[in-house]
Design a protein around this ligand. Structure first.
Ligand code: MG
Length: 251
């Protein structure tokens, strides 16, 4: 059995959870002390490494709201996820056909997200993204880049697991440490990289610099679970701009 595990946000879809919450979050984020308190609560949870609490945005908001004595501004998140209008265009255009093609080739598909399944699964289903199972912190009791995140799909019948994701610090580091084939999907890939044939991209001399720069900006933005980072830089086995390129390299 072969598994293809896909990160969701930035890989299959353009951050649907964030897009839905943005109208409620924006007025908060414009107030520096609230923005700061939300980030501190997130980074505090990240440093503690508790996989379920890190990305529980509803709970992060509740804690900050109580700490700062704010009025409730969110509708209940589960209700919002079920009822709010979703734009099918949030799913990247080549994704539905590509996932169907992988399934037709016999691959099992997993959505492998650091967002909580209790939030993300509703969106994935409503956006009609096909999958066979979900991997998420509240299901695996681990978060990317922890290798244990993929444990639910690693068993004796599994011959190959390919993980595809946009974040070097979560997806590629995680796949490297778990011993999976690591595919970095670089949706904002510059034109000269796109012109480089897919199988030659990991040989480019400027790859190390690209990875170092992107890794530092990711760590500044998202942080890293736990206190220490792996010794080796993230090392993608393949670098693709979209899933159509992945269809070509994965037979
Ligand atoms: Mg992502």
């Amino acid at each position: 059995m072969h598994w293809l595990t896909f990160d969701l946000d930035g890989t299959l879809a353009d951050w649907p959870f964030r897009r839905l919450l943005r109208p409620y979050m924006q007025p908060l984020l414009e107030q520096p002390h609230i923005r700061q308190a939300l980030r501190e609560e997130y980074l505090h949870r990240l440093a503690q490494g508790d996989p379920i609490r890190v990305y529980d945005w509803g709970d992060i908001h509740r804690v900050v709201q109580e700490k700062l004595g704010l009025e409730p501004v969110f509708p209940p998140i589960p209700k919002l996820l079920l009822e709010a209008a979703l734009d099918p265009g949030w799913v990247y255009p080549e994704v539905p056909a590509a996932l169907a093609a992988f399934q037709a080739r016999g691959y099992r598909i997993a959505i492998a997200t650091n967002g909580l399944a209790k939030y993300q699964q509703v969106l994935v289903d409503r956006l009609a993204i096909p999958y066979d199972r979900m991997l998420a912190p509240d299901l695996a009791q681990a978060i990317k880049p922890q290798p244990a995140f993929w444990q639910p799909v690693l068993n004796s019948q599994v011959k190959k697991v390919v993980h595809v994701g946009d974040l070097l610090s979560q997806d590629i580091w995680g796949a490297n440490q778990a011993g999976l084939t690591a595919v970095w999907i670089w949706r904002s890939m510059p034109e000269d990289w796109r012109r480089t044939p897919v199988h030659q991209r990991t040989q480019r001399k400027d790859l190390d610099r690209v990875i170092e720069e992107r890794l530092q900006s990711e760590l500044a933005e998202h942080g890293l679970v736990g206190q220490s980072s792996p010794n080796q830089p993230p090392q993608p086995d393949h670098i693709v701009a979209d899933l159509e390129e992945l269809l070509v390299i994965l037979k």
